[in-house]
Write a protein of this length. Structure first.
Length: 324
């Protein structure tokens, strides 16, 4: 078969090198690469086109892939969301040369080499002597999203590109403090994979620590408004955080989120499921007041699960007292 140049790309593409296993996953879809040339001073309508296009173009579902790594070919197929996962056994300490990692899609007797746009290279994590990590939410935890106001949320997404989106005040300083102490970083969000370019560039532009970004599956525009019986948003975060804790059994974690959705409940449940593994829970208070139910939840976690559960309004409230 001949290799053909196309507009098929992989976003996001994650490579996690952990004890005894190598985990690869990504989403395949077709889009003009020029849309990923994101400039700070571009006209707002260009970002409108970019966002609309990311939801209008479908992912490449049920496609056969060939992944070549260290001279060995591995076969996998994308699901109905255009997503693929591949877990490989490997020796502890196995090194992965990302320059030698290639992904091909097999279509119509062609072998299509899938590319990753330069600004969005691999979300890579390699387990070494890491002992502690942060798992962070994104929307309204570090990125001002206006989750509680649907109109402002949609308007901000459409007219402001990654360079112009606002970071939550002082969260960068808090995360850099964790980073300086050697913490690894993972991001788990209920945002769709369609928004990966925005999120990845936002982290880099605002000097947040870079790490793997776990997003919900790719969706089409009509699915945003279509009512379905899909599992609630909380299942995505819970599943991904559970995956990380099971894969990285020697590590302790700090969970950081906000109270605009279900982060307090999800993080408390994770603490119950993995006693002793969650060192701290920090919840940014977006709402005007904390409900009595969440106060009781905080008291339960602090009292019986060996986890510090803290609500805060401003990061400066905890930067000096944080246990790192």
């Amino acid at each position: 078969m001949k290799t053909s140049a196309t507009k098929y790309i992989i976003l996001p593409f994650m490579v996690l090198c952990m004890k005894g296993s190598l985990w690869l996953e990504g989403t395949i879809y077709k889009t003009p690469k020029k849309l990923f040339n994101i400039k700070h001073n571009e006209y707002f309508w260009r970002n409108v086109i970019r966002v609309m296009h990311s939801y209008l173009r479908g992912a490449s579902k049920s496609r056969r892939l060939e992944i070549k790594l260290n001279g060995v070919n591995h076969n996998v197929r994308t699901n109905r969301k255009g997503h693929f996962k591949l877990k490989l056994s490997c020796d502890n300490g196995m090194s992965v040369d990302l320059n030698e990692l290639q992904v091909f899609m097999l279509k119509d007797n062609r072998k299509i080499h899938l590319q990753i746009p330069e600004p969005f290279k691999y979300c890579y994590f390699s387990y070494g002597n890491d002992k502690e990590a942060v798992i962070s939410d994104i929307d309204d935890t570090i990125l001002v999203t206006h989750t509680l106001n649907t109109f402002r949320k949609a308007r901000t997404l459409l007219v402001k590109n990654a360079h112009k989106r606002k970071a939550v005040k002082e969260m960068k300083e808090l995360y850099q403090q964790f980073n300086q102490k050697g913490y690894s970083f993972f991001y788990v969000s209920n945002s769709e994979s369609n928004l990966f370019p925005l999120i990845r560039l936002f982290l880099e532009h605002n000097h947040f620590p870079i790490g793997p970004i776990f997003l919900k599956p790719f969706v089409n525009w009509n699915q945003i408004f279509k009512k379905t019986k899909r599992s609630p948003n909380s299942s995505h975060k819970k599943e991904r955080i559970t995956f990380l804790l099971n894969a990285l059994k020697d590590m302790e974690f700090t969970l950081i989120g906000d109270d605009s959705q279900k982060d307090p409940e999800i993080y408390a449940e994770i603490s119950r499921t993995f006693p002793g593994r969650i060192k701290q829970i920090y919840i940014r208070s977006v709402k005007k007041s904390i409900s009595s139910r969440r106060y009781r939840l905080q008291k339960e976690v602090n009292g019986s699960l060996q986890t510090d559960f803290v609500f805060f309004k401003e990061p400066k409230e905890i930067i000096e007292s944080i246990k790192i």
